[in-house]
Unconditional design. Structure first.
Length: 288
């Protein structure tokens, strides 16, 4: 629907941008709060800790692997920076959270909340420093984000005896339920703007997509199975690791005038290829 409406200009560029802002600043935080009403389960509480450890380990390893690899590739200094951030930082908030809620319910949403907190910490420290050459105000960038605030509140509520009364939880579920259709419409809008001819001949976005959509998630899956991690937690971590490059990478590249075209291509191509890679990844999860 999003693809067709954007192509026919029923959804304008400005409206598409406003929809994205509405999703990130209103619907996503409300959906996160709604997930806190899950019945308390000590095993899930422990899994929240494990998800934080797994997500942090992913970022540390991905940074090391791609940093070493980038030094052996024919890339300019600015291209190397964009290769690093687009290869490491996926669209965990805009795509990942709606996906996990749809696939695994509130439990999956809680795991995605922790994963996204790790994303925020690494993106606003390593990511910003890599592209800009200077440190951003990490505490301010992370703590003022509506999703981060809602995430912290949701974790506190889930681990406490408090639960929202039915009228409040029903309202949260109604508004938060918009997260999946809205995100899919917006992704369709973004896909309608991709010019495939411009992507095919540039090898760099393909390499980013290879790591984002295949290498990292398959490696994560094998490690999760070897360690014997519970299926819902393990599959949630694999899905979050196998998402396309995040749109914030493009915003960061534009802010510091650093290979904006490469960043846009990497995000666009990996998002387009996700249509194929994600169903294959889900099938692979069931097989292995």
């Amino acid at each position: 629907m999003g693809y067709i409406l954007r192509k026919r200009n029923i959804i304008s560029q400005e409206f598409q941008h406003d929809l994205g802002d509405f999703l990130i600043t209103v619907v996503l935080p409300i959906s996160i709060l709604g997930s806190a009403n899950e019945v308390y389960d000590p095993s899930i509480s422990m899994n929240l800790v494990y998800s934080g450890i797994i997500a942090s380990a992913y970022y540390v390893i991905a940074i090391l692997v791609l940093t070493i690899l980038s030094r052996h590739l024919p890339l300019s200094e600015n291209s190397r920076k964009i290769f690093l951030i687009t290869g490491i930082f996926a669209n965990t908030g805009f795509i990942g959270m709606p996906l996990l809620q749809q696939l695994y319910g509130n439990e999956g949403m809680l795991y995605s909340v922790i994963y996204n907190l790790a994303y925020q910490l690494f993106f606003f420290s390593f990511g910003v420093k890599t592209v800009s050459g200077k440190k951003d105000n990490l505490v301010k960038s992370v703590l003022l984000d509506p999703g981060t605030i809602a995430s912290i509140v949701a974790i506190v509520i889930f681990c406490s005896p408090f639960r929202f009364p039915a009228p409040v939880s029903n309202s949260l579920d109604l508004v938060g339920g918009m997260i999946v259709p809205l995100s899919m419409i917006i992704i369709g809008c973004k896909l309608s703007q991709i010019r495939l001819k411009e992507l095919i001949l540039d090898w760099k976005p393909w390499l980013v997509s290879l790591f984002r959509l295949m290498v990292f998630p398959i490696t994560m899956l094998l490690i999760m199975r070897i360690l014997g991690v519970g299926k819902t937690l393990a599959d949630s971590m694999v899905v979050m690791t196998g998402l396309p490059a995040g749109a914030l990478n493009v915003i960061l590249a534009e802010k510091y005038h650093c290979e904006e075209e490469f960043a846009a291509k990497a995000v666009s191509l990996s998002t387009f290829l996700m249509i194929i890679s994600l169903p294959l990844l889900m099938a692979f999860l069931e097989m292995v």
